[in-house]
Design a protein around this ligand. Sequence first.
Ligand code: PLP
Length: 492
Amino acid sequence: MNNKTKLHMSTDEFRKAGYKAIDWIADYYEKIEDYPVMSQLSPNEIINNLPDNPPIKGKKFDDILKDMDLLMNGITHWQSPNFHAFFPCSTSGPGILGDLLSTGLAVNGMNWITSPSATELEIHMLDWLVKMLDLPEYFLSSSSGGGAIQDTASSSSLIALLAAREKTTKTNSNKAGCSGNLTVYTSSQAHSSIEKAVKIAGIGTDNLRLVKTNKNFAMDVEHLKQLIDKDIKDNLKPSFVSATVGTTSSTALDPVEKIGKICKDLNIWLHVDSAMAGPAAICPEFRFVNKGLTYANSYTFNPHKWMLTNFDCSIFYIQNKKYLLNALSIMPEYLKNKQSSTEQVTDLRDWGIPLGRRFRSLKLWSVINYYGVKGIQDYIRNDMHITQKLKEWINKDDRFEIIAPTPLTLICFRLKGSNDENEKLLHNINKSGSMYLSHTKLDNKYTLRFSIGTSTSSLAHVKNSWKKIFIPFKFFNYFMVFFIFYSLSKNN
Ligand code: PLP
C-alpha cells in the first residue's frame, strides 16, 4: 500500500477492496453447504481455463475477486460441515482475523530484534499452552526447555530428530555428516512424516525400524524392546523413538509411559507426535492423551488441526533447548546484533528450519483470547459428544462394524463385506458431493474414516450424513427382499 505512487494500491483502495474480500469470505461461509464437499473436477480443468500468459497491464482487485468463481470449481471444502475426510484443518473467525493482522503487519520475526513482539508473543503463547494443556513444566520458557511454532507437525518431528541426532553424536553429525549407525524407531501406524524426517536427516530408511502394533493398532512395546536390543548387539546406536498419540489411520494411542521408561533406561530420545490428539488435553477429563509425557524429550501437536487456529500452526516443545540450538544455530555476520550477542533474547530462527518466520502467534493469541479456555473446552467436548453419538448409530446397524477403538473423534468403520464393496461405498459417498470421507486399511481391511472436528459441523450435520450413508443400503435391502419374493412368486 502506498498513497504516493500510482503503482501501488492506495490505503483507501485497500480499505474498500478489503471490505469486499471480507464480505466474500463471509458469503462463502454462509453458502458453503451449497458446494459439493469434494471437488468434482478432472485433472487440468483449472489450468486449461486459466489465461496462458500473465496480464501485461494489471487488473482491478474487483476483477481479481470475480476470477475466484473459476477457482471455486476446484476447491474441496475443508470447512464444510460435511467434511469428514482427513483430520480437520482448523479455522475460526478470530483465527482468520489474527492471520490477517499478521499478514498486514508483514514482519519477519527471524530474530528478536527484527520484531520483539513476534518473538515474545510466541514464547508467551507457548507458555500459556503448557498451562492450558497441563504439559510438563520443563516445556516452559523459564526452564531448561521451551517451544516454538512450526509450520507443520512434519517440521516439528524433523527438528526433534535433528536435535536427537546431534545429542547422540555429540554434535558431530553437523560437522562430519551422519555416521550411518544411528537407528530410529516408530510404529508401523506412525505418520509418514517420520519416515520423511529419517530421509532428510540423513539417518537412512535402512536404519528406520517399524515396530509392530497390537490389536488396537498401538505400538507393541515388547517388539520395540526386541528391536532395540538387537541393534545394540549389532553395534548400532538407537537414537530416537517417535511415539504417536492419535495415529493418523485410527487415532491409536501408543503406550507412551512404557515406551518412555525404555527410552530413559537406554538414553534414547523420546519424541511424541500428538498432532491431532494434543488439544484434547485442554479438558481435564481427556488428559489421558498426556499420559507418560513426562518422559518426552520433545513433543508436537497442531492447533491447526483441532484448536480453531488457521493453518499453519504446529507447536513444538523440547525438554532441553541446548540440543536443538546445537543442531540448528547459525550466526552469519549480517544477522549479528547487540541484543543477540548478550544472550538475553531468544532468536527464533534457531528454533526451526527456515530463517524467516511469520508472526503466527498472533492468530493463536486471537483465538485463545476470543474463546477463552472455556470456549475451546466446549468446542472439544462437543466434538467428542458428536463422535459418541455417531458411534451409537453405527453400532445399532448390524450391516456395519467399527474396527478400531474410538478414543477421540475419528470413527473407523466398514460394511461387513469385501474390500471392493467398501471401496465402492466410499467412492459413491464422495462422488455424491454431500459429504467427504477418507479411507485407510487396518489389518488389511479397507476401512472408512469418519473424522469429526470441522468447526462448522454440528450433531445435526453428522446425523444427516449418517442417514445418507445407511439409508441407500436400507432401500437396497428392501429392494432385494422384494426382488426375491417377486422371483419366487413368478417361479411358482
Ligand atoms: N502426525 C500425525 C499423527 C498426523 O495425523 C499428521 C497429519 O494428519 C501429521 C503428523 C502431519 O501433520 P502436518 O500436516 O502438520 O505435517
